[in-house]
Design a protein around this ligand. Structure first.
Ligand code: DQA
Length: 139
């Protein structure tokens, strides 16, 4: 599970939009959900685009499914999209907020066209739902 910029500040960051769950809470939620589903879930977050590219390359080289919330990179980073396009296992795109109800610049995603599916606007529950789908479809 890969989270991009500013997602490490969950809980403190614009709680009206992103809720009060912290990134540490999110890690627990995902690891626990994974355990329940028989998945070994690793959650990473970075504010550095090159680090994210490296993690996507690693997932491509190891045929590992990815749940990706690329944060703001979603809307403009062709480099993140090109790295995600190299994945051989499914990718599920997640956004905590409903980006389609927000500013127009958030309506475009460079990731959606190469994602197996997209979950937006369901808060941090979207990550758990993505894991459920992967558990059923990505083995
Ligand atoms: C986000 C939505 C993006 O537009 C924003 O830049 C984020 C978080 C979400 O999870 O709702 O950082 O990806």
């Amino acid at each position: 599970m890969l989270n991009g910029p500013n997602l490490g500040r969950l809980g403190a960051r614009e709680p009206v939009i992103y809720g009060s769950t912290t990134h540490a809470d999110l890690v627990r939620l995902c690891v626990d959900t994974g355990r329940e589903l028989g998945l070994d879930v690793e959650v990473r977050q970075t504010d550095h685009e090159g680090e994210m590219l490296g993690w996507l390359h690693e997932a491509a080289d190891t045929d590992t499914p990815v749940v990706l919330n690329a944060g703001a990179w979603t809307h403009y980073s062709i480099a993140v999209r090109d790295a995600a396009a190299q994945l051989t296992a499914p990718l599920v795109e997640v956004h905590i907020s409903n980006v389609h109800k927000r500013e127009e610049f958030r309506h475009k995603s460079y990731i959606s066209e190469i994602a197996a599916g997209v979950i937006v606007g369901l808060g941090v529950d979207g990550y758990a739902l993505a894991l459920r789908w992967l558990a059923a479809n990505a083995r």
